[in-house]
Design a protein around this ligand. Structure first.
Ligand code: NAD
Length: 265
């Protein structure tokens, strides 16, 4: 990556790992990188922490498409973290010997009513904020699909399919496919209420619209990856695959399916 020289380190301040982070910064300088304080000046944003920190790094820097995000793990290797802070020589070896590849991960765009929209890299979740079921009408494009009653719904990207979605028995989706998956959280299914009951996958050409049903509970919590937003009396949430892709680096022998095998089998 000879042309990418400005690097910004994203991590939780006050972390006990400051010594290791300082060492990593010094090595980056020795190898000709410029450390920049503001992510706007960076070509590379290095997240130091776990998958949760990587999700925050992408969110707090605004889902930039013209930077390369690098996940450096401080514990177990995660799904977004290919590098280990305790193996700096391995990291340098991989970079210098061209053992890395760039991959682009799909994101979803979530629009709430007409006024606000945001992106998600793992998933958008809509959950009841109180101990009462949530009623939601689901439309696929213009087709009224089902009325959902239960705890909530999770709409995940392919890379997010191994996170919250997996706990809901959703499928694991190859990130080379541009699609989103919709999974139910504890739907009520009986002679009064009926939902599909299984997860389903929509192509990039489709949109999902979720309309709030005024059933005494119209204040759900919206989860955007690992951040929460409370909404009140909103009418609809429209979710579709965005054109925005997050560029990250991966080790050549560490594909998505290597990670799935390493993590779950
Ligand atoms: P974190 O780094 O503590 O993550 C928690 C765990 O989720 C870690 O083991 C992490 O490696 C794993 N993880 C995160 N993204 C993943 C992915 N794409 N594929 C596989 N594993 C992944 O940080 P956090 O802030 O707590 O994590 C946020 C994520 O936690 C959310 O985006 C959501 O997917 C997930 N979550 C899961 C559940 C559940 O499974 N019941 C509930 C709420 C949130």
């Amino acid at each position: 990556m000879p042309e990418r020289k400005n690097i910004h380190f994203f991590y939780r301040k006050g972390t006990q790992l400051q010594d290791k982070i300082d060492r990593l910064k010094n090595i980056a300088i020795d190898y000709g990188f410029n450390l920049v304080d503001h992510f706007r000046d960076a070509n590379i944003i290095a997240s130091i922490g776990g998958d949760g920190t990587f999700l925050q790094a992408v969110r707090k820097t605004g889902f930039l498409e013209d930077v390369l995000y690098v996940g450096v793990s401080t514990g177990q290797l995660g799904f977004y973290c290919d590098f280990d802070i305790d193996d700096i020589s391995g990291m340098l070896d991989a970079m210098l010997n061209e053992q890395i590849e760039v991959r682009r991960y799909p994101t979803i765009k979530v629009q709430i009513d007409k006024d606000s929209s945001f992106y998600c890299l793992n998933e958008c979740s809509i959950r009841s904020g109180i101990i009462k079921t949530l009623s939601l009408d689901l439309y696929i494009d213009d087709l009224f699909f089902e009325r959902f009653k239960g705890d909530g719904m999770v709409i995940s990207t392919p890379t997010g399919s191994t996170a919250y979605n997996k706990s809901l028995n959703g499928s694991i989706v190859d990130p080379m496919l541009s699609c989103m998956q919709i999974s139910e959280v504890a739907s009520i299914n009986n002679n009064h209420y009926r939902t599909l009951g299984s997860s389903f996958i929509l192509s990039s050409a489709r949109a999902l619209e979720i309309r709030m049903v005024d059933d005494g509970n119209t204040s759900p919590i919206i989860g955007m990856d690992n951040e929460a937003l409370s909404i009140r009396n909103n009418e609809f949430i429209r979710i579709e695959l965005s054109g925005k892709r997050i560029k990250t680096v991966k080790l050549k022998d560490n594909s998505f399916w290597h990670k799935v095998k390493r993590s779950f089998l």
